[in-house]
Design a protein around this ligand. Structure first.
Ligand code: KET
Length: 475
C-alpha cells in the first residue's frame, strides 16, 4: 500500500499528523492519542474515531504497512502517544497559576521563597560579598562525585555543632547534594539499596514532595500522626503512639525545625521523649533540615532536635538545604550527612552515596558550594549571614503579627492565635480547599490548597488586602 505522510506540530503537546492512504482513506491524529479515519472523497466526513491505545495500535499498523511499502515514514501514533499530562505540582503549580494572572492586586503566598517587604526576591549581602570574592576564580573543573569537601565540612559543622564528637571522631559521611530535595532523594535511594525491606514513616501532613521522593525511590511508606487540626498544634500523644506501634527498625522522616506546612515543632522536652522512644524501638531518625535559622532566627537553636538525637547516640541522617537560609534557591546547594558507627563505616557509606550520584548527575554544581563555604569559613561573613537570617526570620514574625492583627481588626469571629504561635516560613491557616479556591478566584490570592500561607510572601503592602480576603472567605 502506498502511503504519503505529512507531519506538522501546532504546539509542543498537540500533533497534527496527516496520512494519505491509497484506498482513499485519510488518517488524521488530532491529538497525541486520537486518530480520526476519514473518507477523503466524501468531503472529510468522519467514519471512525480511534482513541488512546486503539489509536496507538492503528498508528503502528499504518507505520508497519508503510515500512513494507519501503517509504521513509514517521509513525502516526507517535512514540509517546500513551503519555498523558502529569498533574500540576501542588506547590510549584501555584506559582505557574500566579504568573499567568494579570490582576494588579494578585498576591503569591504559595511557594516557600523569601521576599523582602517590597515583595521582591532577596540576594543576601553575605552572598554578594562571597560572589565578589570568588569572581574570576580559575577553578571550573568538575567537583568530585560527593561534591566539595570544604563545603560539606562546613555544612555538617553547622548541623551538628563545631564541637560535636561525631565530627572529631570522623564518623560522619557527608556529600554535597542538589539542595534539600536532592539530599532526601539520595538518602531514599540509599535506604532502598541497603535496607531494601525497610519502611519510611512520613508525618501527616508534610511537604508534598516527600511522598514523591520515597515513592520514586520505591520505598514503602506509612504515615504517622503529627498535627492536630482541633488544637492547631502538635498531636504529641498520636505521634508517640504511632512511633510505638511502628515495626522496630523503621525509618522516620522528621522536620528538624519550622515544620512545613504546619509551622508546629515539638518542644525541647518533647524532642527528648521522642528520641528516647526511638532508642527503645530502634527506629532510624532522618532529619530534613530545610529551614535552619528560619524558625528562631538562630541557626544553633534551630539545630536543637538534631543535637538531642545526636547526643542520645542515634546514628541519624540529615538533609540540609541552603536554599532558604542563604537565599540560594536556584543554586541547588545542599548536603546529606549520615552518622556512622566508625570512621571506616563512614568511608564506605560516603563511597556508596557517591556511587548513587554518579549515574544520576555525576557530580554536583560548583558555584553554590563555593558561596556557602566562602561564607561559613570567614568569621566576618558568617556573622553577617547570621544577622541577615535573623532579619528574614524577624520580618516573617512581624508579618504574622500584622496578619493576625488585621483579621481581628476586621471583626473575624474565628480564633487566629495560631498565626502567631506557629513558626518558620508557613502559616497553616486552617482554611478549607473551598475557601482557598475562593481566595484565588475572587481575590487573586495564590496559595496551596491545604490552606498553607507562605508568610515570606506577606508584606506591609499586601497584608491588609490578604487579611480582608481571608476574612471574607472564612466568615
Ligand atoms: N524540605 C522541605 C521541608 C521543604 O519545605 C523544601 C522546600 C525542601 C526540602 C526542598 O528545598 P530545596 O529547594 O530542594 O532545597 N519547600 C518549598 C519549595 C518547594 O516546594 O520546592 C515549599 O514548600 O514551598
Amino acid at each position: 500500500m502506498a502511503l504519503k505522510s505529512v507531519l506538522t506540530c501546532r504546539t509542543p503537546f498537540t500533533l497534527s499528523k496527516v496520512l494519505e492512504v491509497s484506498s482513499g482513506e485519510r488518517c488524521q491524529s488530532t491529538s497525541a492519542s486520537n486518530i480520526v479515519v476519514q473518507k477523503v472523497e466524501r468531503g472529510g466526513r468522519i467514519d471512525r474515531k480511534l482513541e488512546g491505545g486503539r489509536a496507538a495500535m492503528a498508528g503502528r499498523a499504518i507505520a508497519r504497512s508503510n515500512m513494507r511499502a519501503g517509504k521513509r515514514f514517521m509513525s502516526t501514533a507517535g512514540w509517546w502517544s500513551h503519555v498523558t499530562p502529569a498533574p500540576r505540582d501542588p506547590i510549584l503549580g501555584v506559582t505557574e497559576a500566579f504568573l499567568a494572572d494579570t490582576h494588579p492586586s494578585k498576591v503569591n503566598v504559595g511557594v516557600g521563597a523569601y521576599r523582602n517587604d517590597k515583595g521582591k526576591p532577596v540576594v543576601l549581602q553575605c552572598v554578594r560579598e562571597a560572589e565578589r570574592r570568588i569572581a574570576g576564580s580559575k577553578f571550573m573543573e568538575y567537583l568530585p562525585m560527593g561534591g566539595s569537601v570544604k563545603f560539606t565540612e562546613f555544612a555538617i559543622r553547622l548541623a551538628y555543632g563545631d564541637e560535636a564528637d561525631v565530627l572529631n571522631d570522623k564518623r560522619v559521611a557527608s556529600v554535597q547534594t542538589l539542595s534539600g530535595t536532592g539530599a532526601c532523594r539520595l538518602f531514599a535511594d540509599f535506604q532502598k539499596r541497603f535496607k531494601p525491606e525497610s519502611l519510611v514513616y512520613i508525618p501527616i501532613p508534610t511537604w508534598s514532595n516527600h511522598h514523591n521522593i520515597w515513592r520514586d525511590a520505591r520505598v514503602e511508606s506509612r504515615l504517622f500522626r503529627y498535627y492536630d487540626p482541633a488544637t492547631k498544634g502538635l498531636d504529641f500523644s498520636g505521634l508517640m503512639e504511632d512511633v510505638k506501634n511502628a515495626p522496630s527498625g523503621s525509618f522516620f522522616l522528621l522536620h528538624a525545625c519550622a515544620h512545613n506546612p504546619t509551622g508546629v515543632d515539638p518542644s525541647e522536652e518533647q524532642w527528648k521523649e521522642i528520641s528516647q522512644l526511638f532508642k527503645e524501638k530502634g527506629h532510624f531518625p532522618l532529619f530534613d533540615m530545610a529551614y535552619q535559622g528560619f524558625a528562631s532566627g538562630d541557626t544553633e537553636k534551630d539545630g536543637q532536635a538534631i543535637r538531642i538525637f545526636m547526643n542520645d547516640g542515634h546514628q541519624i541522617a540529615c538533609g540540609q538545604s541552603f536554599a532558604k537560609n542563604m537565599g540560594l534557591y536556584g543554586q541547588r546547594v545542599g548536603c546529606l550527612s549520615v552518622i556512622c558507627s566508625t570512621p571506616q563505616e563512614s568511608v564506605a557509606v560516603k563511597s556508596q552515596l557517591q556511587q548513587i550520584a554518579r549515574p544520576m548527575y555525576s557530580n554536583p554544581p560548583l558555584h553554590g558550594a563555593e558561596i556557602v563555604s566562602t561564607i561559613l569559613s570567614d568569621p566576618e561573613l558568617k556573622d553577617l549571614w547570621h544577622k541577615e537570617v535573623k532579619e528574614m526570620a524577624d520580618r516573617i514574625i512581624s508579618m504574622r503579627e500584622a496578619l493576625r492583627f488585621n483579621l481581628e481588626k476586621l471583626g473575624s469571629k474565628l480564633n487566629w492565635q495560631h498565626v502567631t504561635d506557629q513558626i518558620g516560613m508557613f502559616c497553616y491557616s486552617g482554611l478549607t480547599e473551598e475557601q482557598v479556591d475562593r481566595l484565588t478566584r475572587e481575590f487573586h490570592v495564590y496559595l496551596t490548597r491545604n490552606g498553607r500561607i507562605s508568610m515570606a510572601g506577606v508584606t506591609t503592602g499586601n497584608v491588609e488586602y490578604l487579611a480582608n480576603a481571608v476574612h471574607e472567605v472564612s466568615k
